[in-house]
Design a protein around this ligand. Structure first.
Ligand code: 8YV
Length: 310
């Protein structure tokens, strides 16, 4: 049985099939990770990690027989993919199967922020409705949804928001054959948008892409939505923009240092914050888990990988 290093906590419905097929070593909970690696470095043939996890090069360099990294998620920004390519290490992820759930989450955050639904819930639960109605909010129809990164998830978000009567535009590395307006300038898209929706990959190329200048352009009637990676947004600049009313609000499912969320951000009443639950449904996570198991099975039996990154 091939031996695997489990880099992050995984759900039982993934751990059980992995343990039935492989010898699994729990790196995350190991009392002495250095000793664990020193003891079995030669035996490790694969790594399993979560979408938000990190597989640092210094760790990978200690595993001379590592041949595959299987990511339980679509985002693989925590994997040094170029290094893996150069060292003959395959990488797989779980694209497509989580697109609809993550897009649903983005659509929910747009609705929650536009209609202040989280505050409305607090209003009722606190008994404030007895003292008067909840304040009016804002409609979605006719508003512009500016999508940063029109990949699979970005397109699914666009279709959902069109169904709410919103207009759609986008920014990305290149213009695409789609019926929506393309903005070559991110700041230009922000200035035109009522909702700026971050749906691009994480990683060095997009780190702090959404900075103070972009937030300034989004403006006092604008809302930032992020269902991609926390690293894409300068969180310090976002907190300042929320506190000063530079933007109207934010709806976030991802954060720079998960699961630690800055108290200053949690104190912003104009922010709706979710604990990175974008793909977090029974239906989707089980299909993702099956992809992880099946990619490993394909690799170790010399067959083509189902969802290769490299
Ligand atoms: C993971 C994620 O799916 O898919 C991703 O890239 O960010 C997450 O939604 C989840 O953490 C399971 O690993």
């Amino acid at each position: 049985m091939s031996e695997l290093l489990i880099l992050n906590p995984l759900p039982d419905f993934l751990l059980e099939p992995l343990r039935a097929r492989h010898v699994c070593h729990d790196y995350f909970h190991a009392p002495d990770r250095g000793a664990l690696i020193a003891d079995m470095a030669e035996r490790i043939r694969g790594i399993v990690m979560s979408g938000g996890g990190v597989a640092p090069v210094p760790l990978l360099e200690k595993l001379p027989n590592l041949r595959i990294i299987s990511v339980f998620g679509v985002g693989y920004d925590g994997v040094p993919a170029d290094w893996c390519r150069a060292h003959g290490i395959r990488v797989t992820n779980t694209p497509d199967v989580l697109t609809e759930d993550v897009a649903d989450t983005a659509s929910a955050l747009v609705l929650m922020t536009s209609r202040n639904l989280a505050a409305a819930n607090r209003h009722l639960l606190a008994g404030a409705w007895l003292n008067g109605p909840f304040p009016l909010a804002h409609a979605l129809r006719g508003k512009l949804a500016g999508i940063v990164g029109l990949g699979r998830i970005g397109r699914a978000v666009a279709h959902r928001l069109e169904a709410h009567g919103m207009r759609v535009a986008y920014h990305g590395r290149a213009r695409q054959e789609v019926p929506w307006e393309y903005f070559e300038s991110l700041t230009g898209l922000a200035a035109a948008s009522d909702f700026l929706i971050v749906a691009c990959p994480g990683g060095a190329e997009t780190r702090h892409l959404i900075n103070a200048a972009v937030l300034e352009a989004l403006g006092a009637e604008g809302t930032l939505i992020n269902i991609a990676r926390g690293s894409v947004v300068d969180e310090t600049a976002l907190i300042a923009a929320l506190q000063r009313g530079v933007i109207r609000g934010a709806g976030l499912d991802v954060f720079e240092n998960e699961p630690q969320v800055p108290r200053a951000l949690m104190s912003c009443e104009n922010a709706v914050l979710l604990p990175h639950l974008g793909s977090g449904t029974h239906e989707t996570r089980r299909v993702m888990a099956a992809l992880v198991v099946d990619n490993l099975a394909a690799h170790f039996s010399g067959k083509a990988l189902l969802t290769p990154v490299c």
